[in-house]
Design a protein around this ligand. Sequence first.
Ligand code: CDP
Length: 222
Amino acid sequence: MVITIDGPAASGKSSTAQWVAERLGFQHVDSGALYRAMTATALRVSTDVASWTASALLEADARIALQPGAKSFATLIDGECADAEMRGPDVTAHVSRVAQMPDIRAWVNERVRRAAERHDVVVDGRDMGTAVFPDAALKIFLIADPWERARRRLIQRLGRSPADDEIAEETDLLVQRDGSDSTQTVQARDAVLLDTTYLTQEEQVERIVALAHAVSHRPATG
Ligand code: CDP
C-alpha cells in the first residue's frame, strides 16, 4: 500500500509522513531527501553551480543510498548520514535548481518506486501522488499559511520560539522556494487537501491515519 503526502516547503510533510508511517507500521520514504542528497554531493564536487549538468550530477548515483531502516528509509551519502549538510542553507538554496532537471527527477522517481516495491510506504514530496504513484491508495496534499510554515521550520531548526523578524525573513525564503518549485508541486485531482495552519501535528497525523484506515477497509471495486 502506498500513501502519498505532497505539498509546499515546510508544510510538515516529512514529520507527518514519519508519524503516519510509524502508526501504520509502514516505512517512510522522503523523496526531498534524495534531491537534497544529490545537491549536497554536487556541492562537494563543485560549487560552480552554473556549470552543473544532470549527467555530471548523476555520476554521484552510486554514492547515494536509500537504506531501509526500522521505520524510515535513510538517505546516505558515501554510506554515512549527512542530514545536517543536506538540510543546511547551501543545499536549500540550490536544491530547487537541481530538482528542475528532468533526468534528476527521473532518477529520484526510480529510487522511490524501487523502495515501494517491497514495503508498504508513506512517501512525501511534491509530485508523489501525480508523477510517481498515480494509483496510490491515499493521497494527501498538505498546505499551511507561509508565516506559520516559516515559524514551524524555525522552531525545528533553532529549538526555540523565533522572533517576528526571523519569521519574516524565513517566510521570504519559503515563498521564494515555493516559486522555484511551483511547476513540480502538483496536487493530484483525487488528493485530500489538508490545511494544517490551525492543526497540531497530532491532529493532522490522526486525520491521515483515520483516512488510511477508511481506504484500507473500503471494498475493492472493479
Ligand atoms: O520540506 P522542504 O520543502 O524544505 O524540503 P524537501 O521536501 O526536503 O524538498 C527539498 C526540495 O526538493 C524542494 O524544494 C524541491 O525543489 C525538491 N523536491 C521536488 O522537486 N520534488 C519532490 N518530490 C520532493 C522535493
